[in-house]
Design a protein around this ligand. Structure first.
Ligand SMILES: Cc1cc2nc3c(=O)[nH]c(=O)nc-3n(C[C@H](O)[C@H](O)[C@H](O)COP(=O)(O)OP(=O)(O)OC[C@H]3O[C@@H](n4cnc5c(N)ncnc54)[C@H](O)[C@@H]3O)c2cc1C
Length: 448
């Protein structure tokens, strides 16, 4: 599939991205963008509570109303007033974007689609009583619950508190103040108030956004070179090799885009000292230690503890996210509770684009269930990934997943694209332009 064909396919409905990019929308009489109306005549009735207004939960809440109509009451419980996109947040590190550029609001969801918003942090999920407990002491009852809270981060060995990520060694794997802190630390290197190399660590897969750390390595190394910052970028990868788009990233790391990255695969971090920014690690050649100018440890990630406490996954069994049926995203442990996005365990990548797709698959399955019907027996999802390599170029990767009745999993179908299920292209300025269109389309489909 050619890149432009793919972008067009995103705008055609189904589980694709339903809307065209904002720039392409017809203007309505008041100068705003035309939005699809919530139908009043579907005959579907029901009530759904959604925990978490990120890429998966917001999409799900919107499409429950858009496809289900006014008879489906939807309540979204979200702890933050606005959402800050992780996608594109690596560009904040290089100064090409600021955090406010990545902020999305829930106004359209509430005012146009009629989703009831509850601002609050969920601290307990009582699956027996079917109630959520909130930090302010209130509670919310549910008929059907969808859980979409994203991920939590482990402490790296040697760390004593998660607050050390906020003040000393930001992971910045959730966009927000840590992203700005990491940007400031890089600026300190450029200004000479810090010296040394930049060291980034990558956890063993699966983690959120498989190409994300390699993308960050490229744009930071490109930024260091363009700004003549002394010091190099060292990447300590716990994986035995680059786990995605290997040819593209290996070429970039070796100098193909004008910068180099000191990439050290098979590196297991044994201890970090946040105060001295020292990282100790082992690889096939033995034990090593580096004192970094800037240390960016990307920690191992798991579904929030809240879900484990509710029996949605079992850490004692080695699970780190919630098992679900990918026909409906209903928990295989707790009937009537669905889990979408990064907190669910599937064969699809933990990615915002996939979260959007899972939100739609789950919304469709819930609406069918409210009508006494079984879920779609053959769901299809797609994932597109544009990865900035430099300030002006990006690579592109796409995969389509289809339900396999044999395995019960989402698999890359062999028939897609004439037998080539995954399409990828190397860095180019054209990909970079298309990346901006893709991002705006995805975020408009989710929050617009
Ligand atoms: C640097 C970086 C780059 C990335 N680039 C891409 C990319 O190019 N393409 C791509 O597809 N993906 C990308 N991703 C991955 C993507 O951001 C995530 O996969 C996606 O955000 C997951 O969506 P989610 O809805 O599961 O979780 P989130 O988007 O994290 O949303 C979870 C929401 O739940 C809320 N919440 C959590 N707990 C509670 C609670 N107890 N009570 C109330 N609310 C709660 C949170 O406040 C949040 O709003 C990137 C990630 C990073 C870090």
């Amino acid at each position: 599939m050619k890149r432009r064909d793919f972008l067009e396919s995103l705008a055609i409905g189904g589980l694709g991205l339903l809307v065209a990019p904002r720039a392409l929308w017809a203007e309505d009489g008041e100068g705003g963008s035309a939005l699809f109306a919530v139908p009043t005549n579907t005959g579907i009735t029901g009530s759904v509570v959604v925990l978490g207004g990120g890429m998966a939960g917001t999409t799900l809440a919107k499409y429950l109303r858009l496809w289900g109509g006014t008879g489906v009451s939807v309540t979204l419980v979200e702890k933050e007033a606005t959402y800050t996109s992780n996608i594109m947040s690596n560009k904040v590190l290089t100064g090409q974007l600021t955090l406010p550029d990545l902020v999305y609001r829930y106004d359209v969801l509430a005012n146009h689609y009629g989703v009831s918003l509850v601002r609050g942090e969920v601290v307990g999920i009582d699956t027996g009583a079917r109630r959520l407990s909130l930090a302010d002491g209130s509670s919310i009852a549910w008929d059907r619950l969808v859980v979409a809270p994203g991920l939590e981060f482990d402490l790296m060995p040697g760390m004593s508190s998660a607050s050390q990520y906020d003040t000393l060694v930001p992971h910045a794997w959730k966009a927000g103040p840590q992203t700005q802190l990491l940007r400031n630390q890089l600026l300190a290197l450029a200004g000479g108030t810090r010296t040394g190399d930049v060291v980034m660590t990558i956890p063993k897969a699966p983690y959120r956004c498989p190409p994300g750390p390699y993308e960050r390595a490229c744009v930071v190394a490109d930024w260091l070179r363009r700004n003549s910052v002394p010091g190099k970028l060292i990447v300590l990868d716990a994986n035995p090799d680059i786990i995605v788009e290997k040819a593209n990233f290996a070429a970039a790391f070796a100098g193909g885009s004008g910068f180099t990255v000191d990439y050290r695969p098979g590196s297991t971090v044994t201890r970090i000292d946040p105060d001295t920014r020292t990282v100790e690690y082992t690889d096939a050649t033995g034990a090593h230690s580096i004192a970094a100018g800037v240390l960016n440890p990307i920690p191992p990630q798991r579904a929030p503890k809240l879900l484990a406490d509710a029996g949605l996954y079992d850490p004692a069994a080695g699970e780190r996210s919630a098992p679900v049926s990918v026909l409906s995203y209903e928990s295989t442990r707790v009937p009537g509770v669905h889990v979408v996005g990064d907190a669910s365990s599937t064969t699809q990548p933990k990615a915002g684009h996939i979260g959007n797709q899972q939100g739609k698959t789950c919304a469709d399955a819930i609406l069918r269930a409210l009508q006494g019907k079984a879920p779609d027996p053959a769901p299809v999802t797609n994932s597109a990934c544009f990865t900035p390599i430099t300030a002006t170029t990006a690579t592109w990767l796409s995969a389509v997943y289809q339900y396999s009745p044999e395995t019960g999993k989402m698999a890359v179908p062999s028939f897609h694209n004439g037998g080539t299920p995954i399409a990828a292209t190397g860095p180019s300025a054209g990909n970079y332009e298309d990346m901006l269109v893709w991002f705006e389309t995805l975020m408009s489909d989710t929050f617009g």
